[in-house]
Design a protein around this ligand. Sequence first.
Ligand SMILES: *Cc1c(COP(=O)(O)O)cnc(C)c1O
Length: 406
Amino acid sequence: MGLLSKNLMGVKMSNWPELEKKYFMHTVERIPVTLVRGEGARVWDDNGREYLDFVAGWAVNSLGHCPPVVAEAVTEQVRTLIQVSNQFYTVPQIRVAELLVNNSCLDKVFFSNSGAEAGEGAVKLARRYGQHHLNGAYEVISALGSFHGRTLAMVAATGQAKHQKPYIPLPAGFINVEYNNIEAIKGATTEKTCAVMLEPVQGEGGVNLPDDNYLTLVREWCDEKGMLLILDEIQTGMGRLGTLFAYEQYGIEPDIMTLAKGLGSGAPIGVILAKDSAAVFVPGEHGSTFGGNPLVCAAAYATLKFIIDNDIVGNVRKVGQYLKGKLEELKPKHQFITEVRGRGLLVAIEFDSDIAASVLSACLERGLLVNRVKPNALRFMPPLIIGNAEVDEAIGILDKALSSVV
Ligand SMILES: *Cc1c(COP(=O)(O)O)cnc(C)c1O
């Protein structure tokens, strides 16, 4: 322990950005803050400055930072069993699987390490299904403005030029069509299509809500053609929209669903869930070294159990409603706000020009972390455990920040 901590402590605090610049590939324009500690809905930087966190690790910290139930479960697990090969049964993994299946419409699980990896597995599963049941159909239709992850196949599924262009040629078998337009899906469907893959609400694309009947129409179309519906609930799942899973709010059931972000409180875990009818993998067709190891599953079990036992989704509905109302109230005062949209605690405000970066900086200066989801829009995705008091505090800061930029 001595050596490492001495070296780290020996580096001057203000050098972190310099060191990052020296050692890291430049894949991200970092926000100039070095975070060192978190608790509940708050984080602290290396100068001891406190911030109210409405980013939550990109919708990951469902129960806030370092929730005691998760810290305790992980601490106990790390002293008991961290990793064994997936050829053996392990208890935390089976407990998470049971909880997920008993609380969703899906029947079977497969654990991965991330959202993108869950998406890859979901597409592999759909292709196997196509080979068994759809004459070898393999194409997946996904939506423009979507986000499914950073691996090559998920970049192909992600209907955004900025993510695709740098990596052309992309893996074949993906068609991107307009979101919230059933005719576009129908028009793109051929005998080669095995699945439609959608986020119930597009997160990274800007918090884009579908019309109320869109997902019903997609479900009906998939049923008519015998194709699978894959819902990417990596961002919308785990209570974020005010129900444990977003599909519940749209009155449909997917054949395959992916989860990640909010499931593990920051322990890297992803899941593919499938109906029995779609769970066609046989031994050897898919696998993972770390996927669902005892350590991350201890975190996921503690997180999921807490969400269920404490009606966290009820809190999300209540506080989410309050947050949206408060944001709406800012509109008359700051008339450059053109729209407030979202569900539960996944909410965005859009401006009539590209001022999101300036508003973000102005919030940061005043102690609030928010996400610039588009040049002209901010996204709010706080921990699911926040109350109205934290919303009031955030709105107070945002109000001042908005006044300062125009
Ligand atoms: C974040 C996200 C992903 C990718 O997850 P990673 O864990 O970053 O690979 C995929 N789909 C959606 C909807 C997401 O929000």
